[in-house]
Design a protein around this ligand. Structure first.
Ligand SMILES: C[S@@+](CC[C@H](N)C(=O)[O-])C[C@H]1O[C@@H](n2cnc3c(N)ncnc32)[C@H](O)[C@@H]1O
Length: 254
């Protein structure tokens, strides 16, 4: 007979599963990468780390799966990434979507100007246009006039903001979006523990610092849904995904 709390061979013991999924209080603090000049060698190295971390967390695949529910190609023909960084994340999403969504326009919004010629060429090779916008997302969302038919994505970005600021951001995004998909860190002990071990795969001090801060500012349960505006008809879904991540999807009902 098996003892209570014991497990099959090869499974994580139940007490450990419970400990690792322990929820933590949300704490939002500034991240180094947002403050370093774009050409600072530590920032350049950290963005390289970020590309690797994105691949390990499989966020491009996760985000694509949720957009692919919109087939055929969305009427607006535009996909916007808020806080797009160097644009390589949206490029890997575009590479997955392009066979179903040809000739889209990708709009990359970030407070820093980071998209290089190679990344632009990557979009063009797919037959997509690309537009880069250097702006604070709050200003951009307020001034943006392209109607409510856009696909908007955010990857490792919403966690930068306090609930109050995030509520404002989501309010503006909802007015512009037909589909909004965000993939963020999950705020539990397992991702926090792993974020403290990123040095083992060679991540630099900026990435190690920001990773811990990002998990502490990440999400759980239906925290993002609670901040989404109630106006309009939206189908919301929010849940843990992968080992370290949390996904939020808002789809406008026609
Ligand atoms: C962790 S990086 C993620 C970049 C990209 N989404 C990715 O997955 O590679 C967060 C990005 O958000 C940008 N950012 C932070 N606050 C912003 C704001 N208020 N407006 C525009 N961009 C912002 C930073 O410059 C940075 O490039």
């Amino acid at each position: 007979m098996r003892r209570r709390g014991a497990c099959e061979r090869g499974q994580v013991p139940r007490f450990l599963q419970k400990t690792l999924s322990t929820k933590l209080k949300r704490i939002v603090k500034p991240e180094l990468l947002d403050e370093l000049p774009p050409d600072d060698p530590r920032a350049l190295r950290s963005r390289k780390d970020l590309r690797r971390v994105n691949r390990l967390m499989r966020h491009a695949r996760i985000i694509t799966e949720h957009q692919a529910t919109l087939t055929p190609k969305p009427a607006g023909g535009r996909i916007v990434e808020l806080g797009a960084g160097d644009g390589t994340f949206l490029l890997s999403v575009a590479q997955r979507l392009a066979p179903r969504w040809p000739a889209m326009k990708a709009v990359l919004v970030d407070q820093q100007s980071l998209v290089d010629a190679e990344t632009r060429a990557g979009f063009h090779a797919l037959g997509w246009e690309v537009d880069t916008v250097k702006a604070d997302v709050f200003d951009w969302l307020r001034s943006e006039s392209s109607g409510g038919n856009q696909v908007i994505v955010a990857n490792l970005f919403l966690h930068h903001f306090s609930d109050q600021r995030l509520s404002g951001l989501l309010h503006h995004a909802a007015a512009k979006a037909r589909l909004f998909v965000a993939c963020e860190p999950r705020r539990t002990l397992l991702p926090l523990t792993v974020s403290r071990l990123l040095g083992l795969i060679g991540c630099n001090s900026v990435t190690r610092h920001d990773a811990v801060i990002s998990v502490r500012a990440g999400f759980n349960g239906s925290e993002v849904s609670a901040l989404w505006p109630e106006s309009g008809t939206w189908r919301l879904s929010e849940r843990p995904t992968g080992i370290f991540s949390h996904i939020f999807v808002a789809a406008r009902q026609s």
